[in-house]
Ligand binder design. Structure first.
Ligand code: NAD
Length: 284
C-alpha cells in the first residue's frame, strides 16, 4: 500500500481519542468521528491537554504540538472519512453495533482503504463478513492509554491478506509500538488472559475473600503488577470488562468464563469505573 496519509477514527471515547492523538502526533491527518458531540468535545480537550503536557515537559516542540493539533479534525458526519487510507473503529464493544458500522464504512471508504477494529474480543472474521472487502479487514488492538502503552495486538481474520497485515504492522511500528500477532479467537491474547484474572478478582471480592484494597495490594506487591486488577478494571471500564467476559463465555463455551454477578451488578447500577467517577472505587 502507498504511504498512509490520512486516517479515520470512529468512536471518540477513551481509546478513539488516544488513537487519534497518536496518529496526529506521528504526522498523519486524522478525521475523528463520533455520534455523540459531547464525546468529540471531550476528545478534543483530551488531545490538546495531552499535547500541551508533552510541550511543557520538552518532549515535543511548540511547533510540532501545534502541527499535531491542526492535523486532527473532528466530525459528526461519517462520510468525512471517505478519503482515509485506514479507518480504525473504536466504538462500543457490541458485535451488532460494530457490524452495522462496518457495513456502512464499506460503502463510504475508498476501495483501497483498510478497515481496522480496535475490538478487545469480537471476531474479526465476523466483522469482515458484512463487508465486500474481507481481505482488507483486520484487528488493530491498542492498549489503554494508546499514546503511552507500547503494544499493539494485530489480529488477522480468516480472509485478511498479507498486504493488509504488512501495512497495518508498518503503521503500528510508525506509532513506535511493538506488535504481537494473534489468531482470531475470543479475547485474542491479552484479554484471553487478563479478563479471567479481573473476573476472578471480582469473585474474590464477591465471596468475601478479602477487601478490594487487599486484593489489589496482593496482586500489585505479590506479583509485581503496576496496578491491582480491580483498579485496572475501573480504568478499562466495567462495561467493557463485562462485554469481553460475555464474549469469552459465549465464544469459548466454558462456564469458567461466566461473568461474576458483582461485575454485572456494578454495570447495571451505572458504576462503570473512572469514566463515570465510580466503579469498584469511588473517584468523586
Ligand atoms: P468508550 O465508551 O470510552 O467510547 C466509545 C465511543 O464510541 C463513545 O464516545 C460513543 O459515543 C461512540 N460510539 C458508539 N457507537 C457509535 C457509532 N455507531 N458511531 C460512532 N461512534 C459511536 O469506549 P472505549 O473504552 O474507548 O472502547 C472502545 C473500543 O475499544 C471497544 O471495542 C473496546 O473493547 C476497545 N478497547 C478498550 C480498551 C479499554 O481499556 N477501555 C482497551 C483496548 C480496546
Amino acid at each position: 500500500m502507498a504511504e498512509i496519509k490520512m486516517i479515520g477514527v470512529v468512536g471518540g471515547g477513551q481509546m478513539g481519542s488516544g488513537i487519534a492523538l497518536l496518529a496526529a502526533a506521528n504526522g498523519i491527518h486524522v478525521w475523528l468521528h463520533d455520534t455523540d458531540p459531547n464525546a468529540l468535545s471531550r476528545a478534543q480537550k483530551y488531545v490538546s491537554t495531552f499535547v500541551q503536557s508533552l510541550v511543557s515537559k520538552g518532549h515535543l516542540s511548540q511547533a510540532a504540538g501545534s502541527d499535531a493539533l491542526i492535523r486532527l479534525q473532528c466530525t459528526s458526519n461519517l462520510e468525512d472519512l471517505q478519503s482515509a487510507d485506514v479507518i480504525i473503529e473504536a466504538i462500543v464493544e457490541a458485535e451488532d453495533v460494530k457490524k452495522k458500522l462496518f457495513s456502512e464504512l464499506d460503502k463510504i471508504a475508498k476501495g483501497s482503504a483498510i478497515l481496522a477494529s480496535n475490538t478487545s474480543s469480537i471476531s474479526i472474521s465476523r466483522l469482515a463478513s458484512v463487508t465486500n472487502r474481507p481481505q482488507q479487514v483486520i484487528g488493530m488492538h491498542f492498549m489503554n492509554p494508546p499514546p503511552i502503552m507500547k503494544l499493539i495486538e494485530i489480529v488477522r481474520g480468516a480472509d485478511t491478506s498479507d498486504e493488509t497485515f504488512s501495512s497495518t504492522k508498518a503503521l503500528a511500528e510508525r506509532f513506535g509500538k511493538t506488535v504481537i500477532c494473534s489468531r482470531d479467537y475470543p479475547g485474542f491474547i491479552v484479554n484471553r488472559i487478563l479478563m479471567p484474572m479481573i473476573n476472578e478478582a471480582f469473585y474474590a471480592l464477591y465471596t468475601g475473600v478479602a477487601t478490594k484494597e487487599d486484593i489489589d495490594t496482593g496482586m500489585r506487591l505479590g506479583t509485581n503488577h503496576p496496578m491491582g486488577p480491580l483498579t485496572l478494571a475501573d480504568f478499562i471500564g466495567l462495561d467493557v470488562c463485562l462485554s469481553i467476559m460475555k464474549i469469552l463465555h459465549a465464544g469459548l463455551g466454558d462456564s469458567r468464563y461466566a461473568p461474576c454477578p458483582l461485575l454485572v451488578q456494578y454495570v447495571d447500577a451505572g458504576r462503570l469505573g473512572r469514566k463515570r467517577g465510580i466503579g469498584v472505587y469511588d473517584y468523586r
